[in-house]
Design a protein. Sequence first.
Length: 272
Amino acid sequence: MYLASGMEHCGVDGGAADTAGYFEVPVAAVDTGRVDACFRDPLGKAHQIAWLEAAQDVVFEDCPVIRSFPVRYGRRVAPGWWWSSTTGRLVAYGSGVMRTQLMLLDQQPAVVALACRPVELVWREDGNVVGHAPQLMARLQDGSGLLLDCAGPSGPSARLAARARVVAAAAEAAGWSYRLAGPPDPVLVANVRWLAGYRHPRYAAGPGMPALAEAFGSPRPAVEAVRDLGEPIAVWPAVFHALWSGVLRVRLDEPLHERAVVSVARQEAGAA
């Protein structure tokens, strides 16, 4: 069984699961009632309670990292921080692939909060205690959560794959979802990375922002609407911010260019 969160990547009209690069994760047959959650509260105090209880009651997005990421000398990307436009605060990451997944989650309208490794799931296996802390956690609009791990282009290691099956089962039992992410489509990543440069709310205050919905009421090449709205150097940042935030819609699985067809997002059109 493949667990997905039900979220379609914002801006992609088709093939979102393929371009996002998620691996299929079979759900293990385990007693999820015996899975515990280890976490620290916002004051740093450690807790261990039943996972099914914690998933309903604990605000994991406010919890600090349960296990920090080591700095490995020689690697091009060290642990760092991503400024999230969803929460308006910094979220830690441990690698370049984690940063990419944070960026993609940050752009999805269904995501309302993000956290890095806020919880470790613990269970017994063959008489041994096993623990796994998913690398990222997202809170969704419906109140449920998403747990996510990152794997390399060759797929997850045998150890990660085995633990992912248990985490997937625990997530499903709690009404959450779990993703095991591989390298996403490079075109999607390049497009979202460009738009991320305009994710700050200050770009929403551009001179053309109030008229964007009207200018793109019917799908049209972006450059035509930009010219109608005013000075392009002032209008383009507002358009990019609207594409990032989901006010406007464009295919992100195709290269962005000035004549890419842009329209008002469906949710905006439905509310009009």
